[in-house]
Design a protein around this ligand. Structure first.
Ligand SMILES: C[S@@+](CC[C@H](N)C(=O)[O-])C[C@H]1O[C@@H](n2cnc3c(N)ncnc32)[C@H](O)[C@@H]1O
Length: 482
């Protein structure tokens, strides 16, 4: 058998064992019309497909609450003196998952760990040079790797080190002390943290009826998180979702929310996520998410465009004013403009308030300060001009043009003879799509603002001409009557 076949065989065997393990748990129901399948050839790992037609509202599977891998369900909380609650939903589940993972075959979830990935394409795992392909995307500053590692060392490491019998050292390690121990622990924590980020659900308590709500992660930082076997094998593709998890009293139930044809993939809803953020959280992108792309206009660039001294930005009177009102941000996300929006609707209200404040005279600013309210978020030529300057400066932060990016993508496709791209090339390609998306928004904003300014200029000069015609008319009239 070729290495490829051995690999495929092992992958399939793990999927089958996982389903066998899950199906024999008391209370679990799995609709025979669905199947876990190998979608690696299309770059999406495992997924779930319909074997025959499924009607809207059909139950796809039901997982009893006690089968969820969570802080509440793991024995770990009974084995330590310390409460895990102080760690918050993320880190407490990280600790519990490390514990369960190290239990290996003895864990109640060992068959589940077999189908969870051990490597990721999320931005946390990209090298510096891979990240540089995202160019000026604001996402690079939001990966938070250092913060994550600081919290692991401060809050998780002491628990692990003070309970050596519960956390046996990994192979070739004598303990979780010292540099090697630290690194091993950080690796484990990153792995579990990334699984939680891309796989976990926020688990509402059993009194909460979520039947009217969105089923996937709500990003509520307070709700406990849980790994829901099988529910997290559903992939997602923007608004192509056809299934949703309903949190009922005793079960978490996945149901179809559309008719699904035999052979179609079951897709969950990860949310309306810009591609940059999708890469950060899930490590993949598809073209269907392009409509949710955003570009960030950082405060610094807007102030630079307004001619404010960068040195102590927040000490500047206009910014201080907005800060006092609680509406100053470090940056503003601008979404992809759509044709049914007016120009002002392209921009968040807080950004328009900033731009309007920056275009006030000193006297006007004092006046607004005395009223304790920001200027109206309108967009007239002076504000459009300032925004255009900011957009153009932002554009210059990206090292290549859209056309160059398209050329690079083309050359990557030539080197891509194999079905699945080599990992680094795959990441590069995704990064290029993300930066193109952001540049396209900047280009669209730039064109629209330029048109608006020139039309307003033409209108005001037409008005001026009309005005001067009006001014002249009386004299002509006068001249006739004279
Ligand atoms: C909740 S899991 C879904 C199961 C996953 N495919 C697996 O093999 O374990 C989320 C992960 O699946 C992958 N994924 C989900 N939807 C995808 C899609 N449309 N295309 C490619 N990968 C996708 C991403 O790696 C993401 O982080």
């Amino acid at each position: 058998m070729s290495p490829h076949h051995v690999e495929t065989d092992c992958f399939r065997r793990q999927s089958d064992e996982f389903i066998r393990w899950l199906a024999q748990k008391p209370g679990v129901r799995i609709n025979p019309k669905i199947k876990v399948t190998d979608l690696r050839s299309q770059g999406s790992g495992r997924g779930v497909v319909a074997l025959s037609n499924i009607s809207n509202g059909e139950e796809l599977f039901a997982i009893p609450r006690n089968v969820v891998l969570s802080v509440n369900n793991s024995r770990f909380k009974n084995l330590i003196s310390q409460s895990l609650e102080d760690l918050g939903p993320w880190l407490s589940l990280v600790v519990v998952m490390i514990y369960e993972y190290l239990l290996s075959e003895d864990s109640a979830w060992s068959a589940y760990f077999q189908v969870l990935p051990t490597s990721f394409d999320t931005l946390m795992f990209w090298s510096k040079s891979e990240l540089s392909e995202l160019q000026a995307s604001a996402i690079v500053n939001r990966i938070g790797k250092q913060d994550a590692e600081d919290s692991v060392l401060e809050l998780v490491a002491p628990i692990v080190r003070s309970n050596p019998t519960l956390f046996p050292p990994l192979e070739r390690l004598s303990s979780y002390e010292g540099t090697d121990g630290n690194n091993a622990l950080l690796d484990l924590a990153h792995r579990m943290g990334s699984l939680i980020m891309a796989y976990a659900f926020d688990i509402e308590d059993d009194t909460h009826d979520s039947s009217d709500e969105d089923g996937y992660v709500t990003d509520d930082e307070q709700l406990p998180k849980g790994m829901v076997p099988l529910a997290d094998l559903l992939n997602a593709d923007a608004d192509r979702n056809n299934a949703r998890l309903f949190q009922e009293e005793k079960f978490l139930v996945m149901r179809s929310i559309n008719d699904i044809k035999a052979g179609e993939e079951l897709l969950n809803d990860y949310g309306q996520i810009p591609r940059a953020d999708l890469l950060r959280r899930y490590g993949y992108i598809t073209a269907n998410y392009a409509k949710y792309d955003v570009v960030e206009l950082p405060l610094g660039i807007i102030c630079e465009a307004a001619g404010l001294d960068d040195a102590k930005l927040k000490d500047q009177a206009p910014l201080q004013f907005l800060e006092d009102l609680g509406i100053l941000d470090d940056g503003y996300s601008v979404s992809k403009p759509s044709s049914n929006q007016s120009l002002a609707e392209y921009f968040p209200v807080e950004l328009l308030s900033l731009i309007n404040t920056l275009t006030l005279t000193r006297e006007q600013l004092l006046e607004y300060r005395s009223k304790n309210s920001p200027p109206d978020p309108v967009l007239r030529p002076p504000q459009a001009h300032l925004l255009l300057q900011a957009v153009q400066r932002r554009w210059l932060q990206y090292a290549t043009s859209i056309e160059q990016d398209i050329g690079i993508l083309g050359s990557l496709l030539h080197t891509e003879s194999m079905q699945v791209l080599e990992r680094s090339l795959h990441r590069k390609r995704m990064a290029i799509y993300v930066r193109i998306g952001e540049k396209e928004i900047l280009r669209q904003l730039s064109t629209t603002l330029t048109n608006f300014i020139s039309i307003s200029g033409a209108n005001s000069s037409t008005k001026r001409n009309a005005q001067s015609d009006d001014d002249e008319r009386p004299s002509k009239v006068r001249s006739r009557t004279e």
